[in-house]
Write a protein that binds this ligand. Structure first.
Ligand SMILES: C[S@@+](CC[C@H](N)C(=O)[O-])C[C@H]1O[C@@H](n2cnc3c(N)ncnc32)[C@H](O)[C@@H]1O
Length: 199
């Protein structure tokens, strides 16, 4: 089964499975946005739009996802006073110009795609110099054995997410993106809130 098929099946139950457990960490991650007036902001792998309620107003938001069933739910979540444009497309081959965005939000997507290095390179490409990347996801540390997570990965990587992604390896593919903050959020630091800035 492909990830797109899997997320088509998961779409009706995604919010029930994920919303409550991630609400606090989403809010905290998006508090880092601060004042966004006039900014153009991309939500990569936007899903059902669980981030929308935490987005400060004033920015031109764009969300991209390759699963129509997830996008349909995201569309229903946009409030009348929010400027959010949804796109169907692949986050590892973004249909956007170089240096088009001020900020890119990657919540629960870097550890989902089979080629996170392509996604981080695309993020590096579409973001302006001085722009920020907000990441929220589960990663293992370089050299960490994490046998259970590596085993789990064999079973769920094609249907939901990967559990063996080493963030530092992924970031090494985007030399213009510099780490400015990296904090553990939940499950004993398996989930991390990370902020990058493009040089
Ligand atoms: C775990 S969900 C995260 C959704 C949302 N960001 C959140 O925080 O709830 C992963 C999403 O990424 C999408 N996705 C997976 N691979 C993708 C790809 N290559 N291009 C675009 N979307 C993708 C799935 O359709 C799904 O909606």
């Amino acid at each position: 089964m492909s990830l797109k098929h899997s997320y088509t099946l998961l779409a009706p139950i995604y919010d029930a499975m994920v919303a409550a457990g991630t609400m606090g960490i989403r809010k905290k991650s998006l508090e880092q946005l601060g004042t966004v007036s006039g900014k153009k902001i991309l939500l990569a792998g936007v899903g059902t739009g669980l981030d929308f309620e935490h987005l400060p107003s004033g920015a031109d938001y764009h969300g991209i996802d390759f699963t129509p069933a997830m996008l349909k739910r995201a569309a229903q979540r946009i409030k009348p006073d929010q400027s959010i444009t949804l796109h169907q497309g692949d986050v590892t081959d973004l249909p956007f110009e170089n240096e088009e965005f001020d900020i890119v939000i990657c919540h629960l997507i870097l550890a989902v795609v089979p080629t996170p290095e392509k996604l981080i390179m695309e993020v590096e490409r579409v973001i302006k110099p001085g722009g920020e990347v907000l990441i929220l996801d589960k990663f293992i540390r370089p050299g960490q054995l994490a046998p259970c997570r590596r085993l789990l990965n064999l079973f769920i990587r094609h249907i939901a997410t990967r559990t063996n992604v080493v963030f530092e390896q992924v970031l090494s593919h985007a030399p213009k993106l510099k780490l400015v903050n990296d904090e553990p959020t939940m499950v004993g630091g398996w989930f991390r809130r990370i902020k990058l800035v493009k040089l």
